[in-house]
Each structure stands twice: as C-alpha cells, then as structure tokens.
Design a protein around this ligand. Structure first.
Ligand code: OXD
Ligand code: MN
Length: 594
C-alpha cells in the first residue's frame, strides 16, 4: 500500500517534470521561511513595502490589471456525468479538461520555483478539518496561503495520518485571460488552476477546496460545506450562542461577522465574537446538534468601504502585518481605498498618479489578507477542535421590497426552501436594471461543486430522528421605503435582529404566524432609541400576500428549472406555501396581527 506521502512525492515529481520547474521548495510554514519569501518578493517587486511607522509589517501587491476577480465563466466542475455538476455549474468532461489544462501547464514553471504548500482547512486537531496540498509557482500565493490556512509541517504530518488529501495544482501561467481555467475534478479530489494569481482563483484552499470540492466531500461524508460567516453572540449573562449566516456578495458578511454592538447593548454587557467571515463547515455531533468550524485561519476581505463607521474591528486588524492587494497609496505610502475617511490617495492601484477622472484609487475588489487572530473580536473558539454548536442558520439577500426585516422558517424543510429561493436584487448602479432578482441559493451559486437539486436533497437529509437542528431564519437589511431610502439602519443595529433570533431559539421571544413564516410583532423586537417611524416599522414587518404569491410562483419555476432531480419534498413545500398564500385574506397581512 502506498502512503499519502509517497503519493504526494510522486505527484510533485510528475508536476515538476510537466511544468519544467527550476527548483522545488517544500513549505514548512516557519517564520524564517516567511521572512525569506517576503525579502525575495520585495526585491522582485511582487510586493511593495508600505509605511512601516503607520502600518508595520504591511505590504502591497499590484496584480495584473486583467486579473482582479474570480472568473465564473472560466470555472468548471468536471464530473463524468454532466448532470452531477448540474445547471448551476459550467461543466467539462474530465478527460477534455485535463488535456486542455495539462497542455497549458507544460513548461509553465520554466525558470520558476515550484512551491509545495501542505495545508489544513480547520484546526489541525479537528475531526471536521480536511487537508490539501497546493503546488504553485506564485510566492504571493504562498504568502497568502500561510495566512489563510494552517500551512506547513503540521499540515503535512496530518496528511500522513489521514492518508489522503485534496490535490491543487496552480500556476499563474502567463496571466493571459485567454489561457485561464479553474478546473475542479471532485471525483478525483483534484483542482487545476492556471492563468490567474487572484485570491479566489489561486488560493486553492478557499473557494476551490473549502467550498466546491468541500461541498462534494461533505455530501459523501454527511456534513455541510457552506458559504457562511460564523458569529458568537454573548448576552449579559455570559451565555454565547453561535449563528451561521449566508449572504451573496456585497451584503456585508464581514461587517456582520465583526459587528460592534450599539452603545446601549455594550453597556448592558453584550459582546460579539468572530469565528469566521466567509466559510463554515458543519457536522452533526453525537448530541444531534450541528457543530461548526471556520476552515480558514485568516480573512481575505474587500478593502473599499472598510472604515471606522462600517467595520472598526476590520480597520483595527489591518493596521499591521497585512497583505494589501490592488489598493491605492497616499503620498506617505499608506494604503488607501474609497470609503476610507482618512488620508488622500496619491497613486492608484496600478501605481499611476491618482486622477479621480480615471477611476477609483483602489480597485473595487481590492483586498486585504490578514490573520484572523488580529481581529479585536476574534473568538478563541475558532481554534476549538470540536467547533461551536450552531443555534441558528440565517439566510439573507439584498431585497429592496417584499421581504421583511426578519422571519423564521416553520421547520427545517421550509428553511431549506427559504435558502434555495434566496437571492439579491440588482441595483441601478450595478447593472442599469433595477429590481432584477438574481437567485443565489444559500449564497452558493458560484461555489456548489455539484447539482443544486442534489445539494437541496442533501440539506433535507439532515432532518432525521435524533437531530437537534438549528432554527432557520431569513433577514433583509436592505428594505427600502417609498422615498428609495433604506428603512433599517443596519450595521451594529443588526444585533437587535440577532437578539430576536436567539430569543426564538431559546423560546424567550414571541412571533406572529404568517403564511410565509414567523415574523416578530413590533413589540417582540427591541427598537428602543432607533427613532423609526410607525410607518417604517410596519413596512419592515409587513407581509404582502399578493407579492409573496408571485414570489412563490417564481420560486416554483426556479425549482422546476433543475428538472427531475429536484427533491419532491422541496416542491411539495413550495406548493404548500403557494396554497397557504392563495387562501390568505385579507390581501395584506400585518405581521403585528393588524
Ligand atoms: C469572496 C467571494 O471573495 O465570495 O469571499 O467572492
Ligand atoms: Mn465569499
């Protein structure tokens, strides 16, 4: 029998031969290795030092201007049977995909060092964690993987113990967008990514492993790999409840994970603990509860918009030892981005003198990479091998109309339907077309490594005897009034909604039954000191039965678009809700019972 290390050695040799790498470096994750790599990158220009007085240990990476984001149209799930990838994914036959990318990998590392990066997603000693090895020719990727994962010797030792690992092969190639592919072979637990150095395409532990391959592993092993933050809410009695929450991009996931309680809550003793801001792996424990870990060790967050008012914890954590990518810089070499209230940009993200007429100083998807432990609200439970027990799962989207501030699903099946139907409405600024709803089931549209219909079946399968499943909720921070302004203040005030959610979980808060789920009455949720008008509160909590009828019909069409694999139980739930809505009178049901 060959050990995992023998198979790793053989794979590294094969890749070195194919790519014609000049040198091979096995990463041990040590500080001396990091120092050396950093010195090399500062010398080569891969990294630029930032102001050591204001931002000690911080560096800037400027990527190729055509390589600044994930590339969904070049991201493929390569399963033998096309239907296993599903209509939610781009698919290519495995043999064709291997042939296509292997031709691009041939000679791709000529004159370059091949780095072998063993990593563990999750705490090294957690039974929920899974390991992988990324081979890359990008020292920037190595530096990021060192922050984002548990990387190096300890991971290699665990791979030897586990006997298996996910294989990720990455090369920046020549950064030509025409020769860029992000290929996933879930049946082989293999990823091949070429032509991009951008985080989501190149840090293979993150979206490629922890979500796309991870969701496939999770289905076969009986757990869930989700695009969710994990946050702990500690009440004044010192009890902490954990919430996992999924939102599509641009809905403030990192802000919610690092929320600062409103002053009155802080004074009363409420605290918020950040376990994760992007990915959550959950597994049923022997007690029937879902136990969750954050598989990542760092944050790869969007810099623009991060400021004292929006996310003070994030701003504090990125003051030192942070890698910035594609931000602008001030005249004294401090990082700068749109939305930062201090400083003036002198150079833009491409290093050109900043000219506001030429576009923003920072690329809108400029990022920071930082160790999770630098966050002032970092939860030590992020290191717990057993994970944290999840009391509530929250889905959310950007929905200017219809969807109330918060509602609770009736049961698990209803909650899965709520997650399947979730989406965000586009804004005029983004697309020119207002109010176009983009479905993004469980915020996993770009990340589920298999057919969504099978994914919903997998979710439904958790509801079995002995299970003590979390309650499922939907929130909407983005409801707008007739004047087009947001009705809800958001940010720290979202804790008021989380307080109601936790109260529902422990039975201490009431709700009103409506045809779409349970909604708080205005008196069930603490709105003290917010100065919201009665009309705003009514709008935030109302259920428009006619509008919901149309929403349910659209949800039915969406489920049908997946064909015969769609679980009957989910379709039956959609029908049940549609019928309940059609029988509801009067046509406007007030959550407050009016
Ligand atoms: C991310 C994303 O970068 O979801 O986390 O795109
Ligand atoms: Mn994400």
């Amino acid at each position: 029998m060959t050990s995992s290390l023998e198979s790793l050695n053989r794979w590294v040799e094969d890749v070195a031969r194919l790519t014609e790498a000049e040198k091979i470096h096995w990463c041990d994750g040590s500080e001396s290795e990091e120092r050396l790599l950093k010195e090399q990158m500062l010398a080569s220009g891969d990294l630029i030092g930032l102001n050591p007085e204001t931002h000690p240990g911080c560096t800037l990476h400027r990527s190729s201007p055509t390589d600044v984001a994930r590339v969904e149209h070049l991201t493929f799930i390569c399963t033998r049977d096309r239907d296993d990838a599903g209509p939610n994914n781009h698919w290519m036959a495995p043999s064709e995909a291997h042939a296509k990318v292997d031709a691009l990998f041939a000679g791709a590392m000529r004159g370059r060092t091949l780095y072998v990066v063993p990593y563990c997603m999750g705490p090294i000693d957690s039974p929920i964690s899974r390991c992988g090895v990324e081979i890359t020719d990008s020292p920037y990727v190595v530096a990021n993987m060192r922050i984002m994962t548990r990387m190096g010797s300890a991971a290699l030792a665990r791979i030897e113990r586990d006997g298996h690992f996910v294989k990720g092969l990455h090369s920046i190639g020549d950064l030509d967008p025409e020769k860029r592919f992000i290929m996933h072979f879930p049946e082989e637990l293999t990823i091949k990514s070429i032509g991009s150095g951008y985080g989501g395409n190149a840090l293979l532990g993150k979206k490629c492993h922890a979500l796309r391959i991870g969701s496939w592993q999770a289905r076969s092993e009986g757990w869930l790999a989700e695009h969710m933050l994990i946050v702990g809410i500690e009440n004044p009695r010192g009890e902490t409840r954990y919430i996992a929450a999924a939102f599509p991009s641009a809905c403030g996931k990192t802000n919610l994970a690092m929320l600062i309680p409103p002053e009155s809550y802080r004074e009363a003793g409420w605290k918020v603990w950040t376990v994760g801001d992007d990915i959550c792996w959950m597994k049923p424990g022997e007690d029937g509860q879902l136990w969750a870990i954050n598989p990542e060790a760092g944050y790869f967050g969007v810099a623009p918009g991060t400021d004292r008012t929006t996310n003070p914890n994030a701003l504090t954590m990125i003051q030192h030892d942070t890698i910035f990518t594609n931000v602008g810089v001030t005249a004294d070499n401090q990082p700068w981005w749109e939305g930062l209230s201090e400083g003036v940009p002198a150079r833009d993200w491409q290093g050109r003198p900043h000219d506001p007429g030429q576009g923003p100083a920072a690329h809108p998807n400029a990022r920071f990479t930082v160790s999770a432990k630098q966050c002032p609200s970092w939860s030590p439970m992020a290191e717990a091998a057993e994970g944290v027990p999840i009391s509530a799962i929250v889905f959310g989207g950007r929905r200017p109309s219809l969807i109330p501030l918060v509602f609770e699903a009736r049961d698990w099946t209803h909650g899965v339907l709520v997650g399947a139907a979730m989406g965000s409405e586009t804004t005029a600024a983004a697309t020119g077309a207002v109010g176009v709803l983009r479905r993004d089931s469980m915020a996993m549209k770009p990340f589920c490594g298999y057919n969504f219909a099978d994914y919903f079946s997998h979710w439904l399968s958790f509801d079995k005897p002995g299970a003590k499943l979390p309650k499922i909720f939907h929130v909407n921070w983005f409801r707008k009034g007739a004047d087009g302004k947001f009705l809800w203040p958001g940010f720290g005030e979202n804790l008021r909604v989380l307080e109601w959610i936790i109260g529902r979980c422990d039975g201490s808060r009431s709700a009103v039954e409506t045809p779409v789920g349970r909604v708080p009455a205005a008196t069930d949720i603490n709105l003290d000191g917010l100065g919201l008008s009665a009309a705003a509160i009514d709008s935030l909590l109302e259920i428009d039965v006619d509008g919901w009828g149309r929403e349910m019909a659209a949800t039915g069409e969406y489920l049908d678009s997946f064909g015969a694999r769609m679980p009957q139980a989910l379709k039956a739930e959609q029908k049940r809700m549609a019928e309940a809505l059609s029988k509801s009178t009067p046509s406007q049901v007030r959550a407050a019972g009016g």
